[in-house]
Write a protein that binds this ligand. Structure first.
Ligand code: FAD
Ligand code: DHB
Length: 408
């Protein structure tokens, strides 16, 4: 017996970039949705994760009325630096291909999306824990969830499973139809936020025999740094002094030094590539990390989540205006192309920049030749530029004409 029943057109699970952007795009097209999120609004707005937006994501946010804080507080970067063997090389994306990237934290994107949804009286239920999905192959699928221990049910036309890697949506797919592919890397990333001035004008991706390090930023006062660690390490093994000493050892160069300050946040993530190629079944569509995970070295996860939301929104908009499921039926095929390209690039960047002491000397020599190629050949650098700046949020030509429909 259900205490209460709600009804909407699109039931969305998860207030990450995929779910929130989808609800916003649907709203711009007058399509009603209800979003269920198990965390509180404060938790969603404070969780520190990604930091880099591709061209397509920047454009999409600007064109759908979400770009003003990003353009004010985000940092446009003209390229990245790659460091190895005590040398640093600038890959100037702007000069190579005329494109830039935006460093703007994921939780700020989420704040902008939540504010836009609130302003439009959008329906987001926080602290709503989804427990199961029912009748997903029927025209009226249902989402069962709990708020304050009270069971509730949401009846809809479609379910968008935007609930991340551990959410319940993927598990609702019939097991015999699942096409899942996974690759686990022997690396983890320890990420910190430090109250320190900016270390460098652009991001630094550094290969070192002690392990990879990444210098990124959040604001002029707060910096985001990562170091490669053993994936099974615990934070207790990494007191602040050890982190600083590793960062200095891996990235400091010719008088240039990583800027230090009090560490205000630390986390360790394991690295994997994962694709659930079954992204749609019946009336359930998976988007974002629910369907795919990339290792963070390519900075693709948030961008892919937004790319999924865009195509799903176009498919739903087409369905609600024409009654035709043609685009929706192609969602999986369209997105898998970008997803596999992003997987390829993320793996390439991971192999290029991490130290793996299991590699043979032949493999290590090839890694150095690869580093040499992308940092000294214009063609080599251009392939990095092209993939780093703009592969996750691209629409196939056949959908370009539908794009205008989802803009504000
Ligand atoms: P999530 O952001 O995971 O959102 C899913 C939501 O679903 C969550 O809020 C969760 O609480 C909710 N949920 C789960 N289960 C339930 C349930 N039962 N009921 C209700 N709600 C539920 N990507 C980039 O593009 N660029 C980067 O620079 C980058 N760097 C990264 C660095 C790190 C250290 C990490 C960890 C990730 C990074 N990523 C990056 C990846 C990026 O953060 C993710 O890919 C992105 O968050 C995926 O968005 P999503 O909307 O699919 O899922
Ligand atoms: C950040 C994270 C990444 O995974 C990456 O490749 C670049 C930057 C960041 O959090 O700033």
């Amino acid at each position: 017996m259900w205490c209460s029943q709600l009804e909407t057109k699109v039931g969305i699970i998860g207030a990450g970039p995929a779910g929130l952007l989808l609800s916003h795009l649907l709203h711009l097209n007058g399509i009603d949705s209800i979003l269920l999120e198990k965390k509180s609004r404060e938790e969603v707005e404070e969780t520190v994760r990604a930091g880099v937006l591709e061209q397509g994501a920047i454009k999409l946010l600007n064109e759908t009325g979400l770009g003003s804080r990003m353009m004010k507080y985000g940092h446009l970067h003209h390229g990245i630096e790659i460091q190895y063997n005590a040398q640093r090389f600038l890959l100037n994306f702007e000069e190579l291909i005329g494109k830039k990237i935006m460093v703007y934290p994921q939780h700020e994107v989420l704040k902008d999306l939540i504010a836009a949804r609130m302003e439009a009286n959008g329906k987001i239920i926080f602290q709503a824990n989804v427990t199961s999905l029912k009748d997903i192959d029927s025209p009226k699928p249902k989402i069962e969830f709990e708020v304050d221990g009270e069971k509730q049910e949401l009846i809809c036309d479609f379910i968008a499973g935007c609930d991340g890697y551990h959410g319940p949506s993927r598990r609702a797919l019939p097991k015999e139809l699942l096409r899942e592919i996974e690759h686990v890397y022997p690396f983890g990333w320890l990420g910190i936020l430090a109250e320190a001035p900016i270390s460098n004008e652009v991001l630094i991706y550094a290969y070192h025999e002690r392990g990879f390090a990444l210098i990124s930023t959040r604001s002029p006062e707060i910096q985001r740094y990562y170091i490669q660690v053993n994936p099974n390490d615990q934070l207790s093994q990494w007191p602040d002094e050890r982190i600083w000493s590793e960062l200095h050892a891996r990235v400091d160069l010719n008088g240039w030094t990583v800027q230090e300050g009090p560490i205000i946040q630390k986390d360790i993530v394991k690295m994997r590539s994962f694709v659930c190629e079954t992204m749609q079944y019946g009336r359930l569509f998976l988007a974002g990390d629910a369907a795919h995970i990339v290792p963070p070295t390519g900075a693709k996860g948030m961008n892919l989540a937004m790319g999924d939301a865009q195509v799903l929104a176009i498919g739903l908009q087409h369905y609600y205006t024409t009654g035709n499921e043609q685009i929706l039926n192609k969602y999986e095929k369209i997105r898998l192309e970008s997803i596999w390209r992003a997987q390829r690039f993320s793996r390439l960047m991971t192999d290029l920049l991490h130290h793996n002491n299991k590699k043979t000397s032949f493999e290590q020599k090839i890694q150095f030749a690869e580093l040499n190629y992308v940092t000294t050949s214009v063609t080599g650098a251009t392939t990095i530029a092209e993939n780093y700046t703009d592969i996750s949020v691209n629409l196939p030509a056949e959908l370009q004409k539908n794009l205008t429909a989802i803009k504000s």
